[in-house]
Design a protein around this ligand. Structure first.
Ligand SMILES: [Zn+2]
Ligand SMILES: [Zn+2]
Length: 465
């Protein structure tokens, strides 16, 4: 009989916590672990499962799906137990993110995969992918604020959207042309577009295959893979994030498949399926990279600009490190990173060949503090009933170099002509209590840039200089 004094500690959850999303990620650790290597998880006394514990770090990670309202969670390890109650409270925000699977005219709706590739499979995968991303935003904001989760509201499950665009036209269009076409079509056909943002996957993405010289697949660049793909996109702005379906073959359809899909080391057959895996060449690499791309592109629809690092830099492809117990950093440290071009027009992700120079953040994926500050104040992340009625009075005076508003300013960014945040100031963190004003420091040159500001109620100012 074990006589250890184990303690189960949850790193990202506390008793009575309110959860504004349906998929909950549990990340914990066993203090004074014994030889027992798994933990029992019981949810609402109707669902139970075992989850494995890392031999090296004694950590565990697990996903559960919450029901609306009260959820009773019981974790037991050897002789110790931890019980807590959490409340799923979906936000009342009128602003809703709607997932779509676009089927163009003349396409049968099947995405590229060896099996399970009907439009219905795509919709299940996209719905779950968005639930995961919704949870990741909440986790990152909770980590930033110390407590309290905020995230966007997800509308109904992913549905098919039958576009009037002809298949052959879709294959001849660039990413931006596809984006403009679908954005216009959505505005024309979907009601109440002002309160909707769409995350749409193009079902007809077609990868023609690349052959590697002498079978050396490591020599195949991501650029040549993209060049062999049509009907593809990774582009977002305003109310639409548009993505291709080239790597949907690697995505899970149910919660119980997430871990397996993230850890799937199956090699991508590069003559047949699109490899967008950050050079890992595995199914798991494709899933984590494309989920990271979704996170990055959704950042854009919530007004985030590119940054030098983090999710809005090139570092969005290591969600596997955050969500599993495997050490993917150690394993894939030396593969070339993907980099995000700094152009405003070209928001697609491309790859640079040199290895990354800086170490990865241990949590796998992170937003820089300016991005988190912006999201915390964003109208799509807060259900203030009065939010949209307020006259924010935000203005920039070029003569005095001062931004003024009626409500406390939260964040000021200087974005360059390519849409990259070059400097930022977190206004609320300053000693100045009267923070409805912000004056640019004298040494800052205000030319050829965009000034961005958000106040405590999510009102935004964008001034191009
Ligand atoms: Zn024990
Ligand atoms: Zn981008």
């Amino acid at each position: 009989m074990c006589d250890g004094k184990h303690e189960i500690i949850l790193k990202n959850l506390q008793n009575n916590e309110k959860i504004p999303h349906s998929v909950l990620f549990l990340h914990g650790v066993i203090v004074e672990k014994c030889s027992e290597n798994s933990l029992a998880i019981i949810l609402n006394s109707e669902y139970s499962d075992y989850c494995s514990i890392s031999q090296k770090t004694s950590e565990f990670k697990y996903f559960v799906r919450l029901k609306k309202g009260e959820n009773k969670l019981k974790l037991s390890y050897c002789k110790s137990e931890l019980s807590l109650i959490v409340y799923q409270e979906i936000s009342e925000n009128l602003r809703v993110v709607t997932p779509l699977y676009i089927v163009v005219n003349g396409h049968d709706g099947r995405f590229q995969a060896r099996e399970r590739n009907e439009a219905e499979n795509a919709c299940r995968r996209i719905s779950l992918g968005l639930e995961i991303v919704q949870m990741i935003f909440a986790e990152k904001i909770r980590g930033f604020c110390g407590s309290g989760r905020k995230t966007f509201r997800l509308g109904r499950e992913c549905q098919q959207f039958h576009s009037s665009l002809k298949l052959q036209e879709a294959y001849s269009m660039t990413e931006s042309e596809l984006w403009s076409f679908f954005a216009r079509e959505l505005i024309d056909r979907m009601p109440n577009c002002r309160n909707h943002k769409f995350v749409a996957f193009i079902g007809c993405t077609s990868y023609k295959g690349v052959s590697s010289d002498g079978g050396d697949e490591s020599a195949v660049s991501y650029e040549s893979i993209r060049a062999a793909t049509v009907g593809n996109a990774a582009l977002a702005s305003g109310g639409l994030a548009l993505l291709g379906s080239g790597t949907l073959f690697s995505w899970p359809e149910s919660l119980s498949e997430i871990k397996r899909c993230l850890e799937d080391e199956t090699k991508v057959p590069m003559t047949e399926l699109m490899d967008d895996s950050g050079y890992r060449r595995t199914f798991g690499g494709c899933f984590t990279t494309s989920l990271g791309t979704l996170l990055h592109e959704m950042g854009h629809i919530f007004d985030l600009a590119h940054c030098d690092e983090g999710v809005m830099g090139g570092g969005s492809d290591r969600l596997d490190q955050m969500l599993t117990l495997r050490d993917f950093h150690g394993k894939y440290e030396h593969v070339p990173g993907r980099c995000v071009p700094k152009g405003r027009e070209v928001k697609c992700t491309v790859v640079r060949r040199e290895p990354r120079g800086r170490p990865f953040n241990s949590t796998g994926v992170y937003f820089t503090e300016n991005c988190l500050m912006l999201l915390v104040s964003h109208k799509w992340f807060n259900d203030w009933p009065w939010g949209s009625q307020l006259d924010a009075g935000l203005a920039f005076n070029a003569h005095t170099r001062r931004i003024s508003g009626k409500f406390p300013l939260q964040l000021v960014e200087m974005r360059n002509c390519c849409g990259l945040t070059e400097r930022y100031w977190i206004v609320s963190a300053s000693k100045d209590t009267n923070n409805i004003y912000f004056t640019f420091p004298p040494h800052i040159q205000l030319i050829k840039c965009t000034i961005f500001c958000i106040d405590a109620f999510g009102n935004m100012l964008n001034v191009e200089l």
